[in-house]
Design a protein around this ligand. Structure first.
Ligand code: ADP
Ligand code: MN
Length: 182
């Protein structure tokens, strides 16, 4: 059987969405269930020996991401080996070829407000993120950057929804692994 370039790496999934929608919680559980590696991009930028940012943005209380440096840093792992769950609030600057699926988590606005408040975010930052969610910016960003078939929007208001999303993704990863082994 012919193998395509995409077959050269293991399955990758990107989990994106507004901060607080539940990306890291879902990604950690999916990693535990499947053996895929959870790549929390925020953590990578904070902790990498490579400098992956252009300084600290006081207003946003976040690093200014250096996208080129990040892509160079992740290329061997994600683009080369694969087997990663990339967890990031942005999706549009990654190479499309890296991912087999893009999951966009969405959440009720009031639920999101409360989660971000619980995290101790400044009020202006909570409002910006809730506005981002109201406008469905992450859904639009992913739909503009990836083929429609690759993008799956999942609601994540409740623990029950989280469990349902997890089970669907576990089944999808396992179906791909089975196909690979044939
Ligand atoms: P993100 O990584 O997208 O910023 P987190 O995974 O850190 O979001 O989740 C933010 C908070 O919301 C955490 O306290 C988490 O436990 C909670 N949470 C996330 N998703 C759900 C959900 N579907 N149901 C209930 N609580 C959730
Ligand atoms: Mn997170």
């Amino acid at each position: 059987q012919q193998s395509s370039v995409a077959d050269a790496r293991q399955t990758n999934v990107l989990i994106t969405g507004t901060p607080g929608t539940g990306k890291s919680t879902l990604a950690a559980q999916l990693a535990q269930r499947t053996g895929l590696e959870h790549v929390d991009v925020g953590d990578v930028v904070r902790n990498s020996q490579d400098k992956l940012h252009d300084g600290w943005d006081e207003h946003n209380a976040a690093y200014v991401l250096n996208e080129d440096a990040l892509l160079d840093h992740l290329e061997p792992l994600v683009g080369g080996r694969g087997g990663c769950i990339v967890d990031h609030h942005s999706s549009d600057f990654y190479p499309e070829r890296w991912f087999d699926k893009v999951v966009v988590l969405t959440c009720d606005n009031t639920v999101l407000y409360n989660r971000l408040e619980g995290r101790g975010y400044a009020v202006h930052k909570i409002q910006e993120n809730v506005q981002h969610e109201i406008m469905q910016c992450s859904v639009e960003e992913a739909n503009d950057a990836y083929a429609k078939d690759f993008v799956e929007v999942m609601r994540s208001d409740t623990d029950e929804e989280m469990r349902g999303n997890l089970e669907r993704l576990v089944a999808w990863v396992q179906s791909r692994t089975t196909t690979d082994a044939v």
